[in-house]
Design a protein around this ligand. Structure first.
Ligand SMILES: [Zn+2]
Ligand SMILES: [Zn+2]
Length: 367
């Protein structure tokens, strides 16, 4: 009998080796060694990245199920020094998946279980890299999880679905015409155009039954002198939408506002989509099974309501392979003061609740 891993002990070791996106070398080596110690088929450097894939094959034919964890930590500057901290709990996710692997390695009777340790979730680069590497091309079901802050799910409870929204970063470039500030009528002030663009974007209305937002988060315009009308400006917008369709509609309206407003001033406007993270897209029947798994392993009283907010690159998987069932649950571990806080801490003795759900879900389909 191979060792059964304790997720709390694993998490504490992983917590001491936080690494930034696509630089998870020590973490990946740790994961691979733990999988190999269990005798699990292990693939390192998935797609040329730090990704690690473990594969447990059943003796009988059956579906392919994937469990996915993320491995990266976040950058901070503390007392003037750059550093890296596991402030989003990905150390806990990696620990939960390794613990699940140790419990499941001899219990996959049919089909195939794939354990994906993905790099670079925070920069939304990891999932696209894993997709390019082809790791989900044969997957029928994918299941992920995230620890939840205390505001979302009470400690000791689990929610069957984390309803992430779509998020995008959009740059708007304005090109006006420079002039001496004493002769502003000869120029087109890129700051004036930018202000009008921001007001126009804020006046976009979509279906009020849905949630969405777009707000300017950065603006740069400076011709280098206090008495020169600037010819160029660049605005950054953070954009969120409840569904992928709503995000498409919002970006289309923003582009119309940018182009139309700039034209009204005689300037040029250009909208550049910098990055886009898709909204969650879950299968109701698969999510209902997760709810059952929570009831069975933690008790009805510990089944929490769905929570939402934030983004996850996990949702690229389902977009790439829509026929694959997807679900993603939340584990209430009392994380406080909130995710992405440098001082974020949580009760890692509760990680076993997530391991129980992973194990239950795998045994339903592959046991
Ligand atoms: Zn995060
Ligand atoms: Zn996270």
């Amino acid at each position: 009998m191979a060792e059964i891993y304790d997720p709390q002990a694993l998490r504490r070791e992983l917590h001491e080796m936080p690494e930034l996106a696509l630089h998870e070398e020590k973490t990946a080596a740790y994961v691979a060694e733990k999988l190999e110690a269990l005798g699990i088929e292990t693939h390192r450097n998935v797609g040329g990245t730090t990704g690690v894939l473990g594969i447990i094959r059943g003796k009988e034919p059956g579906p392919v199920m994937m469990l996915r964890a993320d491995m990266d930590a976040l950058p901070f500057v503390i007392d003037g020094k750059p550093c890296c901290i596991h402030a989003c709990g990905h150390d806990g996710h990696t620990a939960m998946l390794l613990a699940a692997a140790s419990r499941l390695k001899d219990n996959v009777r049919r089909g195939t279980l794939k354990l994906l340790f993905q790099p670079a979730e925070e920069t939304i680069e990891g999932a696209p890299e894993m997709i390019r590497a082809g790791v989900i091309d044969d997957v029928d079901m994918i299941l992920g999880a995230h620890i939840r802050p205390i505001q979302d799910v009470p400690a000791g409870k689990l929610c069957p679905a984390v309803r992430h929204t779509a998020s995008a970063t959009v740059f708007v470039e304005i090109e006006g015409r420079g002039a001496h500030a004493s002769r502003p009528h000869l120029g087109i002030n890129a700051i004036d155009v930018s202000c009008a663009v921001i007001e126009g974007v804020q006046a976009i209305w979509l279906d009020p039954k849905m949630s969405w937002s777009s707000k300017a988060t950065q603006i740069h315009a400076d011709a280098g002198a206090t008495n020169t009308v600037p010819d160029k400006a660049r605005i950054t917008f953070d954009v969120r939408a409840q569904t992928n369709d709503l995000m498409d509609a919002l970006l289309k309206r923003m582009e119309e506002v940018v182009n139309g407003t700039a034209a009204a001033f005689g300037a040029k406007g250009k909208l550049i989509r910098n990055s886009l993270c898709p909204a969650c897209w879950y299968d109701d029947d698969f999510t209902a099974e997760v709810a059952d798994a929570i009831r069975e392993t933690a008790g009805e009283e510990n089944l929490a309501h769905d929570c939402g907010g934030g983004g996850e690159d996990f949702h690229f998987y389902k977009l790439h392979r829509p026929e694959m069932k997807a679900a993603y649950f939340g584990v209430g571990v009392g994380a406080t003061p909130g995710l992405h806080a440098a001082t974020m801490h949580f009760d890692d003795s509760l990680l076993k609740l997530g391991v129980n759900v992973f194990e239950n879900m795998v045994l339903r389909h592959l046991g």
